[in-house]
Design a protein around this ligand. Structure first.
Ligand code: NOJ
Length: 470
């Protein structure tokens, strides 16, 4: 592909940036309810206002276009389009996204649109959310409404963001609503209904004669084993089933992983919801591309001892916990003493960008790939002029981008890169203190925007890339 056609941009998600939680006919979402009522909202903040993208979208799109970015990834709030999750369509919701999309196009920015980024309408959540098979049809109806309303202008679609990670947090860690902990039945069931929903949405998209591409976004979880690991092959198989295969095999090969049902059976995990006729849906509903959110790998070794336990750090510098899990008789995460971690206990490992891309090429062939997220969460302080010198973010992201370019040189078909995030926003259970943006938002002063050092670094990186030899 020509250098000027490569997409360079940044990403956001509806609940994390829009605010306007109850404006212009939007229905209540599961996260609205959770943040307003649950003691598990440990930072006691919400996305009620977030960074108020709802009223600042022009400024944000202006800013990213002026920074040389030619694409913007954002998500649509299901409850803003269908306040009850199904049935009635809220025209004011349609109008808002029409304005965002039209403004992107006016500025020469390609919209890359996700339909579901963790934010379920409350009515559907109360019925059982993703654990109910019926949600697949509700989601397909919602997807069709969006394809019809926006499909003439949006040509890159993602039905669901991070299917596995969303299910992991909601059903294993328990830090996202509906806050189930270590519930393997619900974990697999949720991912299954999500992959089915993605496949059905892709089928509907093609049936409607839309002419863009539809894919999925997976949270990269390539498996690396610590050298001392004894049961390497066994762990690799189990860990890939747990982290990757259900999403990637259905989306990229159009089949369920062959060893999934025997594995669930052997481990006493519910698989009653898997229907053999779904095979046709998976076959017809394959993705046109893979979106990969690249932050870290899964660094694993043999299970040692003790009960299954999740280690998760939503307290940042206030906790020494390292992100991971121990699953009895399967495997456990371990620490590579040579790598760094962010203050939330997540490993920083640029090499995983290269390794993951090569692994996908080897397993699934030459599928087009977008890096739909990559970024670095930090505590930040502005100087007296409002500037943030985020050199740590720049160093870290440069490392990952170099590895992406190396994989492209080695034949991986990467078509775009999206930094997380366009501007500072609400970082789910981590609240507002964990910042990712290229643009600082002063949450205490009318959500004013100030480009950070990384914003200018990214602008120059894009310019240099575009000037390079074809
Ligand atoms: C993945 C998610 O898609 C996004 O919502 C989240 O805030 C970032 N990663 C950063 O953790």
């Amino acid at each position: 592909m020509r250098r000027k056609d490569f997409l360079w941009g940044s990403a956001t998600a509806a609940y994390q940036c829009e605010g306007a939680w109850n404006l212009d006919g939007k229905g209540e979402g599961e996260w609205d309810y959770f943040n307003h009522t649950s003691p598990l909202n440990i930072n006691n903040v919400s996305g009620d206002v977030a960074c108020d993208f709802y009223h600042h979208y022009k400024e944000d799109i202006d800013m990213l276009a002026a920074g040389g970015q030619n694409t913007f990834r954002f998500s649509i709030s299901w409850a803003r389009i269908m306040p009850e999750g199904r049935g009635r369509v809220n025209q004011q919701g349609i109008d808002f996204y029409n304005s965002v999309i039209d403004y992107c196009l006016e500025k020469g920015v390609v919209p890359n649109v996700t339909l579901f980024h963790y934010d379920l309408p409350l009515t559907l959540a109360e019925e059982g959310g993703w654990a109910r098979r019926e949600i697949v049809d509700d989601f397909t109806e919602y997807a069709k409404v969006c394809f019809k309303a926006f499909g003439d202008r949006v040509k890159i679609w993602v039905p669901i963001n991070e299917l596995r990670y969303y299910s992991y947090c909601s059903n294993m860690v328990g830090n996202y609503p509906p806050n189930h902990s270590l519930d393997f039945d619900r974990f697999f069931k949720t991912v299954y209904h999500e992959v089915l929903a993605c496949a059905k949405a892709a089928i509907a998209y093609r049936k409607m004669g839309c002419d863009g591409q539809i894919g999925i976004v997976h949270d990269n979880s390539n498996v690396d084993l610590a050298p001392e690991t004894k049961e390497k092959e066994r762990i690799r198989i189990i860990a890939n089933l747990f982290y990757n295969d259900l999403v990637l095999d259905t989306a990229l090969k159009g089949t369920l992983p062959g060893n999934l049902i025997p594995f669930l059976q052997e481990n006493g995990i519910d698989w009653s919801y898997i229907r053999f006729e779904d095979a046709v849906t998976f076959e017809k509903g394959k993705s046109d591309f893979l979106g990969l959110n690249v932050y870290n790998r899964m660094y694993l070794t043999d299970y040692s001892e003790g009960e299954t336990e999740v280690f998760h750090n939503n307290r940042g510098a206030g906790s020494k916990k390292k992100e991971g899990i121990r699953i009895k008789n399967w495997f456990e995460t371990t620490v590579d003493p040579t790598t760094k971690r962010n203050l939330w206990g997540r490993e920083i490992y640029p090499q995983c960008m290269y390794d993951a891309l090569m692994e996908i090429k080897n397993k699934y062939g030459d599928i087009p790939i977008y890096i739909t997220e990559n970024g670095h969460g930090m505590y930040e302080k502005a100087d007296e002029n409002g500037n943030v010198e985020d050199d740590e973010r720049i160093d870290m992201m440069q490392g990952y981008i170099d590895k992406m370019l190396e994989a492209m040189d080695d034949g991986v078909d990467v078509r775009g890169y999206y930094a997380w995030s366009t501007m500072d926003l609400y970082s789910w259970i981590n609240g507002f203190e964990k910042r990712y943006g290229f643009v600082r938002v002063d949450f205490d002063d009318d959500n004013k925007r100030y480009p950070k050092k990384s914003y200018y670094w990214f602008k120059k990186l894009i310019e240099d890339y575009q000037k390079g030899a074809e």
